[in-house]
Design a protein around this ligand. Sequence first.
Ligand code: PPS
Ligand code: MG
Length: 376
Amino acid sequence: MENQKYTKELNVAVRVVHMACFLCEKVQKQLISTNSDQVKSKDDDSLVTVADWSVQATVSWMLSEAFGAENISIVAEEDVQTLSKSESSAILAMVVTAVNECLAEAPRFGLQRPDKALTTSQILNAISQCNSTGGPLGQHWVLDPVDGTLGFVRGDQYAVALAMIDNGEVVLGVLGCPNYPVKDDGLNRKSQQNLRVSEISSAEVGSVMYTTKGSGKSWMQPLIHRDMMFEWPNSAKLIRVSSVDDPALATFCEPVEKTNSDHSFTAGVANTVGLRKKPLRVYSMVKYAAIARGEAEIYMRFARSGYKEKIWDHAAGVLLVQEAGGMVTDAGGRPLDFSRGIYLEGLDRGIIACSGFKLHEKLIGAVYASWESSNL
Ligand SMILES: Nc1ncnc2c1ncn2[C@@H]1O[C@H](COP(=O)(O)OS(=O)(=O)O)[C@@H](OP(=O)(O)O)[C@H]1O
Ligand SMILES: [Mg+2]
């Protein structure tokens, strides 16, 4: 049974994520072809692009239009600090153009476009309106406008992630993966053949996945290309986790960058469990999508000690995996806690997502055995 309670929220969220993917594809193409100054470093030295701010403004605007600005709370990754600096005026102009070009297409996605183009200050307001810190009570939207920014600027995988937390639990998750091949085994085929994303035919690329809590179903839709109209549910098909439970046949995913997860620790765990295949290193929450779609069985993420995982990097992906039949916990086997603000507070060491109970149990045991000898 679909969760009837969130029907309107899901319907709007899926359409808005499709719009955001459309925006990102355009910006990524420009970025790669011009190698331009659309990328900035934030004060913490992480990267942010025209797409991050533009998606956040677009999603914030569309959600406010659908539900009323005064009724919604949005927790999201970006603020306007860097964008408001005088040296960012060129990038701000690009954001204004990207947002307005995207909003003008809203009818194609079954949503209403604004009567006239948004002004710069309306756009900055829309971005800074996403300043909620979430928490245990009420409903909060959680947005990562471009997850895997590094993948995005490198012309590789990235994701747009929108979720909703209701009284501390993730109840709805939508994940747009514009470069994720829709055909079965898309990621594995790409990594085995060492294909660049740009070498896969554009008709095969791009999907939006979504689910609601308790539905027991996760869905995938192809992105709509060129001038096509979005139709609900737009040839959505069910996705399901893999049934492989033999570690020798299982594939595990992890972040590309070893600064985001300790590769030598996970290699040790993999060895203890008896995983034989080489890890599938993919940018962004596409890793959760790969588990939900049954293309990989395990996702391990062990950040260095002191780093606190943010809710927007996980909310949508975790629910997709769970409703597709998988399990996601911390390394102590406990559920992730989305109720305590912007961080996954109380997370025990790292995150383990699995297609099933058997693999999960083995991994938790191996982490327990390996931890003492690690430097994490
Ligand atoms: N030190 C450290 N440890 C763990 N995680 C970190 C760390 N620093 C950043 N982040 C967050 O990681 C997000 C990107 O994760 P990925 O899985 O895509 O990593 S990777 O690019 O494949 O290496 C990335 O999300 P985006 O900023 O949206 O790209 C960050 O929120
Ligand atoms: Mg992120």
